[in-house]
Design a protein around this ligand. Structure first.
Ligand SMILES: [Zn+2]
Length: 803
């Protein structure tokens, strides 16, 4: 059964992953990222992308530019000290060593006193389970009005007790380099997960909650946030089929199990189908020889086993001169094996059947009901609005590609076929890079300076800053992890952020934000209960707010995959890496500022199609000259970043971005169609749906007689997203609009920052996202549940691109 409590739990680990699509301009733009909780489940198909990090010392541009804006940050002496420290602990291992002054007593991971050894995970899980059982008992027996009034708080605490084990152990089993910790964390996860599954098959909690929700006298005692949490919990229970008759409930459980098995198989099989295609070496003329040598298997007789997917194949499509070779690789990428299509179609059918069982028309309708979009129709309207507004812009880019083919072969008005778009596109982009000069600006972005920049930006916008903290022995899982405390001017200590930013063997390369533990107000009676039982809490960070209420502080982990600098050299970030760090910090700031009383709606626990908005907005800050002038300085000469170099770099990042967006919109439409009621029709054929979309809207035709492929069999996001693939585009359109209306005039304005904080960030998931956006943009028409608002957002997407 789909566990309702677990379902919400997973909405907080936001992975950022390069999409796995044969998209038009994959290698050239920085917008082919999708960040979502579910991506953890869909393992990447290809090998790691061609490494583009910076390890060598870049050339120094010693001319001091005239156009650089001088930094203007005024600090108190403590702030000044923290600011300088921030740079040094990230840039210099020696400085970090000398940062540790007083020896601290040994503790557990995240200062959790249970987690000093792997065994502690089980003790921690059992301790939480014991408390959880007590809450379950109380809620199940709720009879008085008083019991019912406190039911939201009780259920929220229950959810928190389970999630604090699940979130923490899920993070550790994904990240800890020690296999003993990984296996212990996995066991703790499983034991709590099993308990949660049992909870979801018993109706007592649901019955009590429903009784409270339908009692007007009880509801009268609740504020708006409590009511919204109640509605969310009730909807989650019902989504899990809890109110179905017994035989339907059994069917629900069996379908849910099938879906999870089929989904896993679909994702796993996609990565192993036809891994290689063979050529003799001379056929690959045009490819960089070192790529062939280092990344492909070659036999003694000179046969090259070229991977069908991933960066090498992509490089081949961009560079191999022989047209037929490119066609073969492309064709192989486009054609999924029959078994893979069967797996996908079975998955889609079961999902549709499950939706019918709970009284909905389609899987999309189930998934979208509690999202910003509300319905599949609204998503389709949004996507078509995006399509029609982006098409003219994408067409311009297509004509640049066509001209390149014409020029190269001396043709008039040739057709560029789908299989050759990468080849000509690559040439267009290389030429434009030559014209612009593709500057390497990483010398202005040492990791320490970028962290300083983030802290200075947050100080300007929200009055909060990042302060380095010494860790105790046992607190972190790898030596290069750094702890930052988040300090607010008005509220003191408000969050803890652990930064694990460098590559290591076995570490997942996808950048991610984890909320290891959410914000929540701790009741006085809980404190007493804990004291009686254990003498103290688990040791993780807590603090009283201005009103004297004790809160557990959001505890966040940021994961990146930056290349480890050699020896004691300064870690320098490429511009894309700077953008990635800003993006992940955008999630973090949502968790940090969205400090709600209820764990259930804290920070990023908002509807999935709203979760990427704060992080995409941060990417705008990363490209803003005013923001960069706060910190971007040469790591040796301290010279500010020349504006011209920045402008060139930003321009290169935007090359051909409209056709990329257009392509993504098509994939989102595919995701909608496959999760529509069609899945239950006898004639359902996912390949036909894919081909029809491609024929009707695709930017590039196929060769004569070519029917198109069955690439949907490799679109593994169909499992993880299931009807939500549009989310990134929706959030990007909103972020573009908000940037333009609220921040572009003065991106470091405290007034703008405060407005954004008050209307959006501080609510976490406790306020309808439309209300957040409507109030922020002073557009009351968006707040009401009006038909046209999704279409309107579709217009925003293209409006900004055209500007
Ligand atoms: Zn993200």
């Amino acid at each position: 059964m789909q566990p309702s409590l677990a379902r919400r739990m997973t909405s907080r680990s936001l992975w950022r992953q390069k999409s796995l699509i044969p998209s038009l301009t994959r290698s050239t733009t920085n917008q082919n990222y999708i960040c979502n909780d579910c991506l953890r489940k869909s393992r990447r198909i290809g090998a790691r992308y061609l490494h583009q990090g910076v390890t060598s010392t870049p050339s120094i541009d010693s001319r001091t530019p005239l156009t650089a804006i001088p930094p203007a940050v005024n600090f108190t002496s403590t702030e000044k000290h923290d600011d300088a420290l921030l740079r040094s602990i990230f840039d210099s291992p020696d400085a970090y060593k000398s940062f540790f002054k007083t020896p601290k007593p040994r503790t557990g991971l995240f200062q959790n006193r249970f987690l000093t050894t792997p065994k502690g995970f089980i003790v921690f899980a059992n301790s939480c389970l014991k408390k959880a059982r007590r809450v379950v008992d109380r809620v199940s027996r709720a009879s008085s009005q008083e019991d019912h009034v406190r039911i939201i708080k009780d259920l929220d605490r229950l959810s928190d007790l389970l999630c604090r084990v699940l979130d923490l152990s899920d993070f550790i089993r994904n990240t800890h380099p020690d296999p003993n910790f990984v296996s212990a964390a996995d066991k703790a996860f499983q034991s709590v997960y099993e308990y949660m599954n049992i909870l979801n098959t018993t109706t007592d909690l649901y019955t009590s909650l429903k009784a409270a929700m339908f009692n007007p006298v009880v509801v009268e005692h609740w504020d708006e946030v409590s009511r919204s949490v109640g509605r969310t919990l009730l909807a989650d229970f019902e989504k899990s089929g809890i109110n179905l008759p017994d035989n339907s409930k059994r069917r629900f459980v069996s379908l849910s199990n099938d879906i999870s098995r089929l989904g896993r198989d679909f994702v796993n099989a996609a990565s192993t189908a036809n891994p290689y295609i063979t050529f003799t070496r001379d056929k690959l003329n045009g490819m960089q020889p070192w790529t062939i040598n280092s990344l492909s298997r070659i036999t003694n007789s000179g046969i090259v086993y070229l991977p069908v997917r991933g960066p090498v194949a992509h490089h081949a499509l961009q560079t191999v001169k022989d047209e037929e070779v490119r066609y073969k690789i492309w064709k192989e990428q486009q054609t999924a094996p029959k078994e893979q299509i069967t797996l996908l179609e079975n998955l889609l059918k079961k999902r549709a059947e499950l939706a019918r069982l709970v009284g909905r028309e389609s899987h999309s309708a189930v998934t979208l009901a509690d999202k910003m979009a509300r319905s599949p129709e609204a998503v389709t309207t949004f996507l078509h609005s995006m399509l029609s507004h982006t098409r003219p812009l994408a067409n311009k880019e297509v004509s640049a590609i066509t001209s390149q083919k014409a020029k190269l072969h001396n043709l008039t008005n040739p057709t560029v076929y789908a299989f050759e778009k990468d080849y000509y596109l690559h040439q267009v982009i290389e030429q434009q890079k030559n014209v612009l000069g593709d500057p390497d600006i990483s010398a202005y972005f040492s990791l320490g300076t970028v962290m300083q920049g983030l802290s200075r930006l947050f100080t300007r916008l929200y009055g909060i800053r990042l302060v380095p903290r010494e860790t105790a022995p046992g607190e972190i899982w790898n030596d290069d992890v750094r702890r930052l405390d988040v300090i607010s001017d008005t509220e003191g200590h408000i969050a803890v952020v652990y930064c694990d930013l460098f590559q290591r063997e076995g570490k997942n390369p996808n950048p991610a934000h984890f909320t290891v533990r959410c914000s929540r107000a701790i009741e006085e009676e809980e404190i007493i209960e804990e004291r009686l039982e254990e003498g103290e809490g688990d040791g993780m960070a807590t603090a009283r707010n201005k009103d004297g209420v004790l809160y557990q502080l959001p505890t966040i982990a940021l994961i990146c995959d930056f290349s480890t600098p050699a020896g004691s050299s300064t870690p320098l970030l490429g511009f894309n890496e700077v953008t990635t760090l800003f993006h992940e910090m955008g999630h973090a700031i949502h968790s940090i500022v969205g400090r709600t009383r209820f764990h259930e709606v804290a920070g990023t626990r908002c509807p999935t199609d709203f979760a990427e908005f704060p992080s995409i907005l941060m990417e705008h800050f990363a490209r803003s000259p005013e923001v960069l002038s706060l910190f971007a300085r040469h790591y040796r000469t301290d010279a500010p970043l020349p504006q011209e170099l920045l402008q060139k770099r930003v321009k290169i990042g935007k090359l051909m971005e409209n056709s990329e967006t257009y392509q993504q919109v098509l994939l989102a439409l595919l995701d909608q169609e496959l999760h529509s009621p069609q899945a239950l029709e006898k004639s359902f054929d996912s390949t036909q749906i894919y081909r029809n979309l491609d024929r009707s809207y695709g930017l590039f035709p196929h060769r004569d007689g070519e029917e198109g492929g069955s690439w949907q069999g490799y679109f593994t996001h169909l499992f993880g997203y299931g009807g939500l693939y549009y989310s990134y585009m929706l959030d990007k359109a909103i972020a573009d609009k908000v940037w333009k209306e609220v921040f572009v005039k003065d991106p470091v304005s405290r007034d703008a920052g405060e407005r954004y904080k008050q209307e959006v960030l501080r609510w976490g998931g406790s306020r309808d996202p439309w209300k957040c956006i409507g109030r922020l943009l002073k557009r009351e028409d968006l707040v009401e549940d009006a038909e046209g608002r999704m279409e309107e957002v579709g217009r925003w997407g293209a409006e900004v691109a055209a500007a």
